[in-house]
Design a protein around this ligand. Structure first.
Ligand code: M6R
Length: 366
């Protein structure tokens, strides 16, 4: 049932070209010029009149939510905020009937997320689910939603669900933008084609596996890791760090790169490797200077860069190249080397990657 892979986690990482294909299938129509999500087309007024989007989730799904909020603001121009479901439910939140509350949950059974949407419904919000498990409690409790359709995820560490969630959130933002005319036809078509191209890019990125396996053996000694990223890849840094700590039991922290000098830089020494997510984008120069700051303090750097980057490979200790991809889709591609790095380090440390200690696949109690 592991399809020849030693662990479900590795199988699920390698399934991503297909799971993203399934996630997109039937939802990009008219020759790639239109996004069709029934959850939106059945309730156009809700989205046209929405004053705010509040996304509630936990763990990895919360990281996907951070990316989603950025997408909603930049593409659909709706103010968006992200809440930990466990905090939201006890915060007596201000929720109005003009608000759309989006719950993201792979399992659809997370107790805090379920309680958060019950509260949002009581307060009149329109509640939208982004789940994987069909007919799960959250899928049933929401007004409507979009399944990510990535197939069963068995490994406790979420991998293909995360990339599916980000893919659905991108399609949602595009579909709402299309409805509210906040995105041009050309831009929408360009993004739709980039989405269609994702399975190929993921396939290409998975070729890093052998390289990452070799690299991982160098880092099993570490007790702490720092992950840095900016913009759309700040949540990628959080997610990379969560993957590593969950399955390898190495302490890891994710930070927005520019925050490093406001504290975490004090931790950097030879013993503390830093993973820098640095695809070529508008703030590339700034992240190069973060790498130099880590190097100046004796820290080693594993950098994830866009193919063709000539500067970072000169200064980083190890470089992993990903193919070029639009900035807002880069977290999907970047997550592949981050998942593989956590996986191989954990396997080399002899950890049970599919069932890490103290963790359950779905957290149905508070
Ligand atoms: O099923 P959910 O998406 O609601 O689960 C939320 C978290 O419990 C989950 O993402 C958890 O953080 C994973 N183990 C992360 O790999």
């Amino acid at each position: 049932e592991k399809g020849g892979y030693p662990h479900f986690m590795l199988k699920e990482i390698f399934e991503q070209p297909n799971s993203i294909y399934d996630c997109i299938r039937g939802r990009i129509v008219n020759n790639g010029t239109e996004i069709k999500l029934s959850g939106i087309t059945d309730h156009p007024d809700r989205f046209i009149n929405a004053s705010r989007i509040i996304i509630v989730a936990c763990g990895t799904s919360w990281h996907a939510a951070l990316i989603g909020a950025r997408l909603f603001e930049s593409i659909a121009r709706i103010p968006a905020q992200v809440e930990y479901a466990s905090e939201f439910r006890y915060s007596n939140p201000i929720v109005t009937p003009q608000d759309i509350v989006i719950a993201i949950s792979q399992s659809g059974e997370t107790a805090d997320t379920l309680a958060a949407i019950k509260l949002a419904k009581e307060r009149g919000a329109f509640v939208y689910g982004v789940c994987n498990v069909v007919s799960s409690s959250i899928a049933r409790e929401t007004d409507t939603g979009t399944y990510i359709h990535v197939g069963p995820e068995i490994g406790v560490a979420s991998t293909k669900a995360f990339t599916g969630q980000v893919t659905v959130l991108t399609m949602l933002a595009l579909a709402i933008g299309q409805l509210r005319c906040t995105i041009s036809k050309e831009k929408l078509t360009e993004m739709a084609h980039a989405l269609i191209n994702l399975p190929e890019l993921i396939k290409e990125t998975l070729k890093l596996n052998k390289n990452i396996e070799r690299l991982s053996s160098i880092f099993t000694y570490a007790h702490n890791f720092l992950y840095l990223g900016r913009g759309y890849n700040y949540p990628s840094a959080l997610e990379g760090a969560l993957k590593l700590k969950e399955i390898s039991y190495i302490h890891a922290e994710g930070y927005p790169a520019a925050e490093m000098k406001h504290g975490p830089i004090a931790l950097i020494d030879r013993e503390m490797p830093t993973v820098v997510i640095a695809p070529t984008d508008e703030l590339h120069e700034k992240i190069i200077s973060n790498i130099q700051q880590v190097k100046a303090r004796g820290g080693s750097v594993i950098a994830i860069v866009t193919r063709g980057d000539e500067t970072i490979p000169e200064i980083a200790d190890h470089t992993l190249e990903i193919p070029p991809v639009p900035e807002c889709l880069s977290p999907i591609i970047v997550s592949i080397p981050l998942q593989l790095l956590a996986y191989h380090i954990a396997v080399m440390k002899g950890c049970n990657v599919d069932m890490p200690r103290n963790l359950a696949k779905s957290v149905t109690v508070e």
